[in-house]
Every structure is written in C-alpha cells, then in structure tokens.
Write a protein that binds this ligand. Structure first.
Ligand SMILES: [Zn+2]
Length: 259
C-alpha cells in the first residue's frame, strides 16, 4: 500500500509578522518563501521515493489550520509534516538552530520526530535545539502521526542567511525526505544524475567524422531566414555583421558555402 504524506507549508505568503527583520541589503524574507520551496522539493523527493503526497495548503493564501488538518484527515494520510522557520523576539538576536515537535504522549509522533530531527541535524550546519513536545493545532488535530519542524530562526542573521539560500532549502527538503523514508522503512532514492556519455568517434555511428557537417542543410536553411529577417530589421552595422556571421556559421556547419 502506497503511503500518503500530507505536506504543510506553514503559513500564507502574506501572513502578518511571519518574516525576517530587514537584512543590511534591505531585503526581507517571508517565512512562507522558505517553507513553500522546501515543501515543493520535499513533494518531488517523496514522489520519487514511491510515496503519494497531499499538499494541504497549496497557493499563496493562508489556509486556516483546521482546513489543513481536515484535508489530511479526510484523505486518510499516513503522516503529516509541517514545515516552518522559527522566530524569537522582534529584531536580530542570538537564538538559532533546528527544533522538531510532536504531540505530547504520541509514541509514533515522537519516534518519527526523533528520526527526522536526527537526519536534519546530521545533514545541515544548524545547531541542535532538540526534539520537543507541543500542543500545536496541526499535531493535536491530525489523526495520523504528525511532526512540525522549525528549520532555523528568521531572527538570527546566520540562520536567516541559510534560510534564504537555495542550497539550504534544498538540503532541508532532502533531509526531511530521507527522514520520512526512514520512518516508513523505505529506501531513499537519490536524485539520479546521469552523466553525459563520452562520445567515441570510432564506435559511435552517431558521431560525425571530422570535417563532415554537424547540421543538416534542411535545418540550417530553416534558421537562416530568421537571421536574414533580423539583418533586414536593423540598421546597426555591428548587429548586421553579427547576423551575417551567424548565418555563415550555420552554412559552414551544414556544409554550404558562406556568403
Ligand atoms: Zn511558522
């Protein structure tokens, strides 16, 4: 039976207060800008690893918590993951790190939280603030084991720099996916990177012999008219020279005489 994972990206894009203080460059990061990217990556990782997913709060608006948990409960999700970034006080300060929450007394929740938290702490440069119990709506009102992760503090400069970086967002999603795979005892399937095959002209019949055309005359003559049109459309001498040069490159590549 394919497991269904409910993925919750925390808040709406414009939910009041949920954002960093201003960075020195004037930029402000909204919490959901972080959460939604991690959720999207996680969604892809989970599907690749054989799970079904339910995004309980797609789009930009702040879906009420009750709608999120009801959607997961109605769909009979097997697990609920809620993705957040933390905040402490109003301005920049020293509180930082990752913490992971489960509902008080939930054995399955604690087990999953322990596994996922360990994975996050192992795979990211964040300080470890531990696994904690909390009476949060999404943990209390869900009928399946639920875990809420706070992946760093928006109010700490070091954390916030990580939170706004694409690399950290990708890392968080990967560690969450690895953790969830471990919770369900399924292998994590890494993103496969298929290297470009190194062509061997002696054995690969698709590779042209040296000196032969790499572009068919037909294809070249489909592109050249666009360059001619661009040539005609401008009076700029340099641009005309460039369009002419490109057309001749295409002629040469297709074995035709340059003009
Ligand atoms: Zn949040």
């Amino acid at each position: 039976m394919v497991k269904l994972i409910a993925v919750d990206d925390g808040h709406g894009l414009e939910t009041p207060g949920k954002r960093t203080p201003s960075f020195p460059d004037g930029m402000v990061m909204k919490e959901n800008e972080f959460n939604r990217v991690v959720a999207a990556y996680l969604d892809a990782h989970l599907k690749r690893c054989g799970f079904r997913t339910l995004l309980v709060a797609p789009g930009d608006t702040d879906i009420p918590l009750n709608n999120r948990t009801t959607a997961a409960n109605n769909a009979k999700a097997d697990f609920y993951i809620s993705i957040h970034a933390n905040a402490y006080g109003a301005g920049w300060n020293g509180a930082r790190g990752i913490e992971t929450y489960y509902y008080p007394g939930s054995t399955a929740g604690k087990q999953a939280a322990d596994i996922i938290h360990a994975q996050l702490v192992k795979g990211t440069p964040m300080p470890n603030r531990g696994v904690k119990e909390a009476n949060f709506h999404v943990l209390r009102e869900t009928t399946m084991p639920a875990v809420l992760v706070e992946l760093g503090f928006m109010t700490n400069r070091e954390d916030a720099e990580l939170l706004r970086s694409g690399a950290y967002r990708a890392e968080c999603a990967e560690e969450l996916a690895k953790g969830i795979c471990q919770v369900f005892g399924v292998p994590y399937i890494p993103v496969s990177v298929v290297p470009d095959p190194i062509p061997d002209p002696d054995t690969d019949p698709d590779q042209p012999e040296e000196g032969t055309a790499v572009l068919s005359v037909e294809d070249a003559n489909k592109i050249i008219p666009f360059l001619s049109a661009a040539y005609m459309a401008t009076t700029d001498k340099e641009a005309r020279k460039e369009f002419n040069r490109l057309a001749n490159e295409l002629r040469k590549a297709s074995g035709q005489e340059p003009q």
